[in-house]
Design a protein around this ligand. Structure first.
Ligand code: GTP
Ligand code: MG
Ligand code: ZN
Length: 300
């Protein structure tokens, strides 16, 4: 700071390389540029910024330390931070596209490990749910996850989702086409134009979200839209942490013979026993083993 003015507080609502948009303390949205190559901002970052003379862009001078961050390994095995300072991760599923429950499990695990509420949102209630999806939702409920049903079509029901959002910074994640942006449009109202304008028309002529963008409800509640993914490899520092994302495994682990049991090949493992006895879902146990594998190798 050379001009003697203190820098202002801001919130990054969209980040693209070293540029993006920030929201000022007064609620105005400005384009920004990052100062220097060292700073890397992501959606949800709290920042300090100033307005250089003769520039239409705010200059971000500092990024405040993050309370948490959603991180993944990119296809090249590098850690990528997707968004910061989240309090809730809404994993959106739908009857179409065909649900990838392993992907949902990985997001739920990441949410727990980053200390943010995991929520399962099943969208498109107007469409027929097949038995596999219904069973998966029941399973998530039995495991203690909050599961809400929504319909983002005009006049559809988003009330259960709305009541979970108040006061939170929630990010919607999931496969492409499950209806994340449609839900945000149904919830935010005025954001509809912004979402449309920030979407790319893909080859099929569908609007698919290409960036992680934060929206705000009238009461200040924050909602983050994100591009759909086929894969998500959470950045889990130690493979032994994977089980923390599986509450049913945590609940059994005390009964394994070894305190550091990984529930893979060890003898007298209560988790393997429970799976064999039909007390633990074979799908979830398979999901646990897959996640152990991908976090060990950094790829799927
Ligand atoms: N029947 C039905 N269709 C829906 C519902 N919600 C969204 N859709 C449709 O599903 C398609 C995909 O919706 P989007 O909101 O673009 O999905 P998205 O999850 O944001 O997709 P990406 O941005 O590619 O990740 C669109 O054709 C929507 O009209 C719903 O509740 N019911
Ligand atoms: Mg979208
Ligand atoms: Zn075990």
């Amino acid at each position: 700071m050379t001009d003697g003015n203190p820098d202002s507080d801001g919130l990054v609502v969209a980040a693209f390389g070293n540029r993006g948009r920030l929201e000022t303390a007064e609620g105005e949205t400005l384009p920004y540029l990052l100062k220097g190559r060292r700073l890397k901002a992501v959606c949800g970052d709290r920042v300090q910024w100033k307005q250089p003379p003769q520039s239409h862009e705010a200059l971000i001078t500092d990024i405040l330390s993050r309370e948490n961050a959603l991180q993944r390994f990119d296809p090249k095995g590098r850690v990528e931070i997707i968004a910061a300072n989240l309090t809730q991760l809404m994993v959106v599923l739908a009857p179409t596209p065909e649900p990838d429950l392993f992907l949902a499990d990985r997001f739920l695990c990441a949410a727990t490990l980053m200390d943010c509420n995991p929520v399962v949102v099943c969208n498109k209630t107007d469409l027929q749910h097949n038995d596999a999806l219904r069973a998966a939702l029941d399973e998530y409920r039995q495991l203690g996850y909050v599961v809400v049903q929504t319909c983002a079509e005009p006049g559809g029901n988003v009330a259960d989702l709305t009541s979970l959002l108040t006061g939170h910074t929630s990010m919607l994640v999931g496969q492409s086409g499950v209806g994340k942006s449609s839900l945000i449009n149904a919830l935010v109202g005025d954001a509809a134009a912004a979402v449309g304008a920030l979407s790319d028309a893909s080859a099929e002529g569908k609007h698919t979200t290409s960036a992680t963008i934060m929206h705000r409800l009238a009461d200040g509640t924050r909602l983050i839209d994100s591009p759909g993914v086929r894969e998500f490899v959470p950045n889990i520092s130690a493979s032994s942490e994977v089980q923390l994302g599986f509450p049913e495994i945590v609940a059994l682990a005390d009964r394994c013979r070894f305190a550091n049991c990984q529930h893979l090949r060890e003898p007298d493992c209560a988790v393997k026993q429970a799976t064999a006895d039909g007390d633990l879902s074979p799908r979830r146990y398979a999901s646990y083993k897959r996640m152990k594998n991908i976090t060990a190798s950094g790829s799927v």
